[in-house]
Design a protein around this ligand. Sequence first.
Ligand SMILES: Cc1ncc(COP(=O)(O)O)c(C=O)c1O
Length: 436
Amino acid sequence: MSVLAINRGKKTVPDGSHKIWPIITDEDKKMVMECLDSGILTGPYGPQIQGAEREFAEWLGVKYCLMSNSGTAALHMAVAAAGIGPGDEVIVPSFTFLASALAVMHNNAVPVFADIEPDTFNIDPEKIESKITPRTRAIIPVHLHGLCADMDPVLEIARRRGLLVIEDCAQAHGAKYKGRAAGTMGDMAFFSVQASKNLPCGEGGFFVTNNEKFAAAANSVRLFGQNASFDDESLVDPLRPLDRGRGFESIGMGWQYMPGELPAAVTRAQLRKLDERNANARANGDFLSNAIKDIPGVIPPRIPENRVTVYHKYRIRLDAATAGVNAAPTVFRDRVLAAIQAEGVEACLWETLPLPLQKSFASRVGYGRECPWSCPLRDKPAAPAAPEDYAQAAALLDSSIVIGSHSFPVISQSIDTMKMYAEAIRKVFDNLSELF
Ligand SMILES: Cc1ncc(COP(=O)(O)O)c(C=O)c1O
């Protein structure tokens, strides 16, 4: 029996074994210098923004792509472009990042929560239909942790019930479902390029669609509700980049969601590395799953055969009873996490509460006075989430941990580090009597 590092034993993963994320190369630096040398730092027709939009659209295989200053902004652009407004409802999974639901509220609409599948962590298509009311306008399936939601039944329900589908691909650049890319299956989709994502630039996002009407509406929403055209090249004079040939005419409600040229330049450089880095994340995640699957009480993530994941996060479930320990799930989770971290493994809890239990939604803070749930345009307030709408999400969060942290995620590590991770997890589970 070896002594656990948390009890002053030797650490399994030595200091200095990790590679930080994002990985910045000379290509990133070159692109940034080129951008600075151009003297153009802003503008919807800036060369870096237009280049990033063109290259991302080509990489993904979509007709329209608009870059924004965050993924949340890109989702709000989609919600607004769909005409979803006060009193309307949008179905969102109970387990996702806050932004998936907050962006719905940004347009005064109500997020309605549907529970998740316990083993893929994504929205359970069987839980969607009972959440549909006459006010429902759209479903936002989230491809969480880089694994696509079960899209065929989601799309079938949406078609049959006349709803739009907006894919949340914030964590899923390069993920596939039955050969189709995340972001190409619904009516609209968005990606985040925030620094922790598989495609990182700092802060930013992409709105994508194949629908010209939605693209035009989102383009207007992105910049003060202006009557903006996509490709009026005559508006860019590289010698006078801040002087534009058009007036500022607002044709509808709008925000300021433009990114700058510098993040767009970094995104372009990072995009060239995305497929290679996703392949590394996949190799690492698959290796780890294989190496730890026989440890009693450890359940690696399930990746259905019809899907390709990009392991933006690698989450394992823990089962105290199978491990032979009599402890509450959160007690087991927290002690195992501390012991694994002490062994030198980068690991964390990413979210601890399902969305319906977070104060903003549970106490109906919103804009105050229960808006948007009690919006005057509704005949009655939206129903609160019931425990069965988040039971699986709550159970998952109580009994799972993420291997990899934001600064040192699985995607930037080597297989040798994964080997040490597997050894460390096995060591902790072989010595649980030291913890309980
Ligand atoms: C699932 C999900 N949706 C939406 C977002 C929002 O993206 P951003 O941070 O770029 O606004 C994130 C970001 O972490 C996310 O993980």
